[in-house]
Ligand binder design. Sequence first.
Ligand code: ADP
Ligand code: ZN
Ligand code: ZN
Length: 724
Amino acid sequence: MPIIRVALPLPIPQLFDYIAEDAVHSDIGRCVRVPFGRGEKSGLIVSLPAEADVDRGRLKVVSHVQREVPALPADWLELVGFVARYYHAPLGEVVALALPPGLRRADGVSGEDVDPLLELSAAGRAALAEARRESRALTLLKATDALGGPARRSAVRALEAGSAVGDLIRRGWLVPRDDGGGRHLAAGRPELTVEQAAVIDTVVAAGTGFHAWLLHGVTGSGKTEVYLRLAERALAAGEQVLMLVPEIALTPQLENRVAQRFPAANVVSLHSGLAEGARSRGFVQALSGHADIVLGTRLSVFAPLPRLGIILVDEEHDASYKQQEGVRYSARDVAVWRARQRAVPVLLGSATPSLESWQHAGNGRYGLLRLTHRAVATTLPKVRAVDIRRMKLDEGLSPALHAAISERLKRREQSLVFINRRGYAPVLSCPACGWVSRCPHCSANLVVHLADRRLRCHHCGCDGGIPHACPSCGNQDIQPFGRGTQRIEARLNELFPEARVLRVDRDAARTRAQWEALLDKIAAGEADILVGTQMMAKGHDFPKLTLVGVVGADSSLHAADFRAPERLFQQLMQVGGRAGRGSLPGEVLIQTEYPGHLLYQHLGRHDFDAFAKMALDERRVACFPPFTHQAMLRADAPALSDAVEFLQHARRLAQSCAPETLRLFDPVPMRMSRLARRERAQLLVEADSRAGLQGFLGQWMTMLYAQRTPRELRWQLDVDPLDV
Ligand code: ADP
Ligand code: ZN
Ligand code: ZN
């Protein structure tokens, strides 16, 4: 009787053996359901061992082997195996993360469910002809008409997301059409700039096989066009393209661009916001080779791609590539490993590369490609520091910013007030006694949400009403302190009654449909002043936006987190890049008490190289990554002392196997030590070499997994942590 070895989603690094009567070698990589404890669990067959780990007589029999979809290939098993090894996570948990839930449960999923192409119906044409009012639906209809039909994938996805295209389909204005052939023909592409052509020539000249490239291109330099051209080459060669974006909810524009450029290619998007069925379907299409382009967030790095030809990682510096819970993998780093494994090129693109990638480009591990000019607008925006040291601010707004906004209003251009939210949330405080609205469960302040008049904890999510008087001294005059987007929005409405003020933050754009509606409003010129947070920093084009005012930037200059200046520079450069992308020149005003700070100076000259050199020099001196390699062991428990005690114990274990070069720090409470009623502490480990760190972690984790810990205590390891 054959034995199958199964990875199950359990927090222990162990595989489980079962008997499977009809199992054959080709079942490796298939999902199964197996009896476990008193119930059943879903897992993945990773091998067919000759002998079981335990006594054969004690083996249970597998319940179900899912054979309707192709087995996951060997290279995919290698990939999850690598992630499990490198991040020291149980293989079953990595598998559970990498597979869509529907597929893993071994539900019936079919790969044959190809989405229909759509075209304008007679009713749609009639609606277009009769239309008087310009609506989003009509704009879409027109676009569809102009393209001769192909609304295809994005339309079906939109249907699932319940947005405007979905409406068109429900009304019968868009209907399925026949696939007219002509696959992979690129539609309506611009002539490449000299720089773009040179970049593509370099990548092409390097030939097939593994090459890692860092594409450093200023905002608006046409990096996306480079991705699209490289994708086009891969498609023409019959290969699949994997394109990673940091946050798909923020990038419908990119999805549309890809779908429009390759109307007949099967573009599959994969992200956690999809309905389960859609995610499974997309995954199976990738696996079966039916998907030509997989576009998605970090989890799509796990899409199986039998014909993989190239991997493209947009905005590679973005922190959302790093998973912050469970298996804490970096999709960007995994993408590079995967490219090497599959012997294909990988291109990491950014206007503000991470210092890690920049360092790799500096020492030759990555090839450096550059786009130094904007593709369309002739100049980069003017960046100016506004010295606010001896200035009276009006709700955080300086007279200079006020004047600049007025000027834009006169010229009928758009302004953006960008709020650096790190350390800048509106909390409720009492000027009489100093009381501050704190979360009862976390060491965080509650944030004031004026729209629904609630106080909310952004960490654990608990919320309550806004008190009318200070709970501590009874003072009736309690004020929101700090300047959140909502307060600035309210003040701008008072200052500029004739202007249309639009707030763009997580509250205003909770769903993708809301976000798209906001983007449409901005693009259609239905807003004069935008108030936004980091959501606004990501690659969007707003041709009428010519002014960006930055409020609260300084709070990141002196933050405890050594990565804070890097993030600030990235964010300001990105958000500044939103200004003046059309034919109008842009301006960026940064309100600061440190106008002479080198970070702002480099920013003013758009000199990423100088900033990166300065920041890397600082990191080298201080022995921070990328000059050292880190791992963080975190523990949480109802009582802080339990968490710290566990880490002290772990530290003693570490001392027994740590090489000389390893640095073990003392356990400390985390900066946000209390989260959702649990106390958290952490222990930092550093080594000069990655190999040294990995060797140690392997031994240490084996010891830690063997420990018995109190039930209420949880611990996790974070390799290459971003928040230290
Ligand atoms: P990035 O991603 O580098 O910020 P984009 O790829 O979004 O830049 O390009 C910025 C703008 O320039 C877009 O409107 C794009 O359509 C346009 N563009 C890019 N390349 C070209 C080109 N070769 N010719 C004309 N327009 C281009
Ligand atoms: Zn809380
Ligand atoms: Zn008080």
